[in-house]
Every structure is written in structure tokens, then in C-alpha cells.
Design a protein around this ligand. Structure first.
Ligand SMILES: NC(=O)c1ccc[n+]([C@@H]2O[C@H](COP(=O)([O-])OP(=O)(O)OC[C@H]3O[C@@H](n4cnc5c(N)ncnc54)[C@H](OP(=O)(O)O)[C@@H]3O)[C@@H](O)[C@H]2O)c1
Length: 198
């Protein structure tokens, strides 16, 4: 979040998959960096958690709301930074609201993982050209090394100071692994999904 998209205080950040393990932490790091943060997640309970518990400025329930209209309402100055965990139609809506010279961290494409077809490119790919967007892939293993311990130290400090809250969803039993894995796809997890096997 801090390295890939270089956020500046006062900018607007949109996070997809916002109530998940990655998205919920990304959004709160955005708040610490002084950004206006809007999350996109599935269902009213997750959206309430984002705004009422984590302090996001806004949340969009993509399952019931018109995402483009909600982005116009919640991001009146456009979007400077997008942290993408899902891809697909949600990202199409976000791209059309990006500001010139906006930055995108592409972290995940979960909306397409179960597709039989190759993953679709953004429908409005031309936005990258017209708005001179900087879109960068992010894979966590690139940060194994010195940055890893710095991150753990920062995160530990933020959790201790009450600036970052996290949710953990613990399931039990190796025999339940297939059903538990599917929680990532039906959205029935909130926060980090773990399977305890002993
Ligand atoms: N690049 C990396 O190094 C890296 C590392 C870890 C994870 N990731 C990626 O980051 C993303 C989040 O991972 P996570 O571990 O934090 O999982 P997570 O967000 O805790 O769980 C996955 C969430 O994705 C949402 N989702 C599922 N299908 C969707 C769809 N069709 N459209 C929109 N949202 C959908 C569901 O939330 P809703 O209820 O909101 O739909 C679900 O709870 C994934 O794409 C994952 O592959 C990348």
C-alpha cells in the first residue's frame, strides 16, 4: 500500500474486497496515511463493519448497490488510488472514476478465479491510456527480506495503538478444508480465514 501506490494525505483511496484479510488492513493503512477511504464489499454487515468499526469514510455494497453511482456519490473528487483485490465489473466501475495520473495496485482478481474462460482484461482498458494511470502488480513474496520485518514492526505498533483492527475467522478440521476454502468465494468469511487442523 505505501510502496506500490505512494499515497499522499488528502487523496481518495478505493479498496475492493475491502472487508477481507488484505482489504481491511489496506484501508486502515490508507486512513493512517491521511486518505479518504472508501471500501467495496458484499453485504450490509460487512459495509457497516468498515464504516462503524474501522472508520472508513464510506462503503459500497456491490451486491445491492449501483457501484458507479455510489462511487460518484462517495468520491466527489474522483479516485487517486485503487487497491484491487477482485477485478471484473467492480474494477471496471472504479477505473471509470479514476483521476488523471491515478495509481492502481493490482493485488488479486478473485472475481475471475473460478472462471472457465481466460481472465477478461478491464472492459475500459482505454482509461489507462486516457488518464495516464500507473497500474502495478503486487505480489507479497517480493517483500520477503528487510521490508518484511519493517512491515511486521509497523503493523504491530498500529495494532497496539488501536489504529488497526483485524478480524480472524477460524474454522476447524482438515476434513472441512474444501468447504472452508469456498468461504473465500461465497464471501461468508470476514477477515483472515484460517483452518485449524490440530
Ligand atoms: N498479491 C498477493 O501477494 C496476494 C496475497 C494474498 C491475497 N491476494 C489476493 O487478495 C485478494 C483477497 O485475498 P484475502 O486472502 O484477503 O481474502 P478475503 O478478502 O479475506 O476473502 C475473499 C473475499 O473476496 C470477496 N469475493 C469473492 N468473490 C468475489 C467476486 N466475484 N466479486 C467481488 N468480491 C468477491 C468476498 O468478499 P465479499 O463478501 O465482499 O464479496 C470474500 O470474502 C484475493 O484476490 C487474493 O487472491 C494477493
Amino acid at each position: 500500500m505505501l510502496d506500490v501506490v505512494n499515497p499522499r494525505a488528502g487523496e481518495t483511496l478505493v479498496v475492493s474486497g475491502a472487508a477481507g484479510a488484505v482489504g481491511s488492513i489496506v484501508g486502515q493503512i490508507g486512513l493512517i496515511a491521511g486518505l479518504r477511504v472508501v471500501g467495496i464489499a458484499g453485504g450490509p454487515a460487512k459495509c457497516r463493519w468498515l464504516t462503524e468499526e474501522l472508520g472508513f469514510h464510506g462503503a459500497i455494497d456491490y451486491k445491492t448497490e449501483d457501484v458507479e453511482a455510489a462511487l460518484r456519490r462517495l468520491c466527489p473528487s474522483g479516485i487517486d488510488v485503487y487497491f484491487d483485490n477482485v477485478g471484473g465489473p467492480i474494477s471496471d466501475a472504479v477505473f471509470s472514476r479514476m483521476n488523471n495520473h491515478g495509481r492502481v495496485s493490482l493485488c488479486g482478481l478473485i472475481s475471475g478465479y473460478n472462471s472457465q474462460e481466460p481472465l477478461a482484461a478491464p472492459r475500459n482498458y482505454a482509461q489507462i491510456l486516457m488518464k495516464r494511470l500507473n497500474v502495478r502488480g503486487f505480489i507479497i513474496i517480493d517483500y520477503v527480506g528487510p521490508r518484511w520485518s519493517q512491515a511486521v514492526q509497523s503493523l504491530y505498533g498500529w495494532v497496539k495503538a488501536g489504529k488497526i483492527k483485524y478480524a480472524v475467522d477460524v474454522e476447524h478440521g482438515l476434513e472441512n478444508a474444501p468447504a472452508v476454502l469456498n468461504k473465500l468465494f461465497d464471501g461468508s468469511n470476514t477477515g483472515k480465514l484460517l483452518l485449524q487442523i490440530s
